[in-house]
Design a protein around this ligand. Structure first.
Ligand SMILES: Nc1ncnc2c1ncn2[C@@H]1O[C@H](COP(=O)(O)OP(=O)(O)OP(=O)(O)O)[C@@H](O)[C@H]1O
Length: 258
């Protein structure tokens, strides 16, 4: 935990899209600090993408406020499904859209993300894992202080996911960028996260991966899957105070000893 000034700080965030009868997100408090890896988990429709879009300033707020550090540089890795993979375009050209970058810089980021030398390949000819790394390389081109990834490993197999999250941790330690991810890949993503936020229209619980996987609200939401995950964490458990925030006030800290 660090006391550094947050890159983004949201207070009492409420979002109600026009046409929606109830808020999609209500009373969410959120902050992310430099070099932190924070993952938002939650079931389909729980407001994960809406939270990210609100933090980025892309959706109007019904209440609350979002403060972003002035001049904050954000690298965004969109959901793969939103990208037209059939577009005839080389990787090199893709990396220079919308902002032109040098060959050296393009090559360096492709190397950093584990896909060196792909410049002349067609985007449409890449594997899912290669494409994901090209998207990450592109997001790194403007030296982001914050990387935002919306379900970055959709469609990757288990080794692909594990490799991708390992890469994210490397990128964080090399660049010092904070990372905000949305994910369904609870098992692997939790291991790569400093802090997990469990969302369901509001924050159900949040804290270290260990603390969240032990939280009743989390277990209620993810059921049996959470059991295996907890076992993975038990031997990492530190006996300091794992904090489980209680966004909605109906969930209690649950300390696990073995
Ligand atoms: N513009 C809108 N108008 C009405 N409802 C909306 C709008 N945008 C989002 N919603 C609703 O808000 C809820 C949350 O959507 P959101 O995409 O944030 O969830 P999510 O947790 O990212 O879901 P998923 O895991 O399926 O991607 C959904 O029920 C969605 O239908």
């Amino acid at each position: 935990m660090t006391d550094a000034t947050p890159l983004i700080h949201a207070t009492d965030l409420t979002v109600r899209p026009s046409g929606a009868e109830v808020p999609v997100l209500a009373h969410v408090d959120f902050a992310i600090r430099p070099a932190e890896i924070v993952t938002v988990v939650g079931p389909n429709g729980s407001g994960k993408s809406t939270l990210v879009r609100a933090l980025l300033g892309h959706v109007p707020l019904a209440a609350g406020r979002v403060e972003r550090k002035p001049g904050l540089r954000i690298g965004y890795v969109p959901q793969r499904v939103h990208i037209e993979q059939a577009l005839p375009m080389t990787v090199r050209r893709f990396l220079s859209l919308p902002v032109r970058v040098s060959d050296e810089r393009a090559a360096a980021e492709l190397a950093r993300t584990g896909v060196p030398g792909l410049e002349s390949r067609q985007i449409s000819a890449l594997s899912g894992g290669q494409f994901q790394r090209v998207l990450l390389a592109r997001a790194l081109l403007n030296d982001p202080q914050l990387l935002v990834l919306d379900e970055p490993t959709q469609g990757l197999d288990q080794p692909g996911m594990v490799g991708f999250y390992k890469l994210i941790e490397e990128v964080r330690s090399q660049t010092g960028a904070a990372v905000l991810m949305v994910s369904h890949d609870l098992l692997v993503v939790m291991r790569a996260s400093d802090r997990v936020i469990c969302l369901n229209g509001h924050i159900c619980c949040e804290g270290t991966p260990q603390a969240v996987s032990a939280a009743p609200a989390y277990r209620a939401m993810f059921g049996a899957d959470s059991q295996g995950m907890l076992a993975l964490y038990e031997h990492h458990h530190d006996h300091d105070h794992d904090h489980v925030g209680t966004g909605a006030g109906h969930d209690h800290h649950h300390h696990h000893h073995h």
